[in-house]
Design a protein around this ligand. Structure first.
Ligand code: ATP
Ligand code: MG
Length: 289
């Protein structure tokens, strides 16, 4: 499938509301039509991961951003369900600790970058520094930045810093795949009510969820700016419809598969010398009684 229409072009001028429909499900009508497809995508992903690990050259950083209840956790759970846990690590970024606030904002992300051969997943990321921190200016106030840098240009500067940072990573073999799970305000309400009404889901709901929802329009504005300034040739944004979880998972798995496929991964070739060692070992084993 071709998912180019979910990509934000570099130097874009997209409008979330006009250009990206959270309820989009392609040419499908219902979940049962895609039965088996996600499983196939997950299996493919596991096969690529095995080669990625053996080759030990590239690392893959998969980053998720979204409003609450858009399905980040469950997408990660489903899409990564088949991969070898040794080759994959999930990092969740919450409000920074006192120690983290004593560093520059990329520091804590740097510490969690995947090693070569591994897949690293960021559940939220350094983009929060241009989202929640922008929507709530008091958070910036509490950051220990020199006052002369806390000016109107700070968001633009952060976009440029992030673009440079991501370019540096890509040029060092860390492939970046960025997803925004695009849920509608109506679907978020439905999922919040479900979390409130179903006892086994109560733990998922926090008072801050309803507070942040009140800032919906501000978040949408900040997200649009993020996409228009930080979708680059080397690390483009994908805006994924998120009102139907089965469609979200299918598309996310497919895009990750395509990305891995485009790396033309191969198992390391074995040297003549190593092959001779293998032969010698085989002879020894076969001679055992
Ligand atoms: P879920 O609600 O599905 O469990 P979550 O990612 O929303 O997952 P929470 O613990 O509810 O996890 O929220 C994390 C909070 O931390 C979010 O509101 C997010 O905006 C906030 N956060 C993340 N990074 C920063 C940051 N750099 N500065 C301030 N707040 C941040
Ligand atoms: Mg939350």
């Amino acid at each position: 499938m071709n998912y180019d229409h979910f990509l934000v072009p570099p130097h874009g001028n997209i409008s979330l509301r006009k250009d990206y429909d959270p309820g989009f499900i392609g040419h499908f009508h219902k979940k049962s039509e895609v039965a088996g497809q996600l499983e196939a995508g997950v299996k493919q992903l596991a096969a690529y991961q095995d080669i990625l690990y053996a080759q030990n050259t590239y690392a893959v950083l998969i980053l998720f951003q979204a409003m609450d209840a858009a399905g980040k956790d469950s997408t990660i759970k489903h899409v990564m369900s088949g991969v070898n846990p040794q080759g994959c690590q999930v990092s969740s970024f919450k409000a920074p600790s006192a120690e983290e606030l004593d560093h520059d904002y990329l520091w804590r992300a740097m510490k969690c970058l995947p090693e070569r051969g591994r897949i690293g997943i960021f559940n939220r990321s350094y983009y929060e520094e241009t989202l929640v921190v922008r929507v709530h200016p008091e958070l910036l106030e509490h950051q220990q930045l020199p006052p002369k840098f806390k000016n109107k240009q700070i968001w633009q500067q952060r976009f440029e810093q992030i673009n440079h940072f991501e370019k540096y990573l890509v040029e060092n073999g860390i492939v970046i795949v960025k997803f925004f799970l695009n849920i509608s305000k109506g679907e978020q309400k439905k999922r919040f009510l479900e979390r409130i009404n179903r006892p086994e889901k109560n733990w998922k709901f926090s008072a801050s969820d309803i507070q942040e929802r009140a800032f919906w329009d501000d978040y949408m504005h900040c997200y649009e700016e993020v996409f228009n300034y930080t979708s680059t040739k080397w690390a483009p944004w994908h805006i994924i419809p998120a009102d139907h979880k089965w469609y979200t998972r299918l598309v996310v798995a497919d895009i990750i598969d395509h990305t891995l496929q485009s790396l033309n991964l191969t198992y390391p070739t074995v040297s003549q010398e190593h092959r001779q060692h293998l032969q010698a070992a085989k002879t020894v084993l076969e001679q055992e009684d």
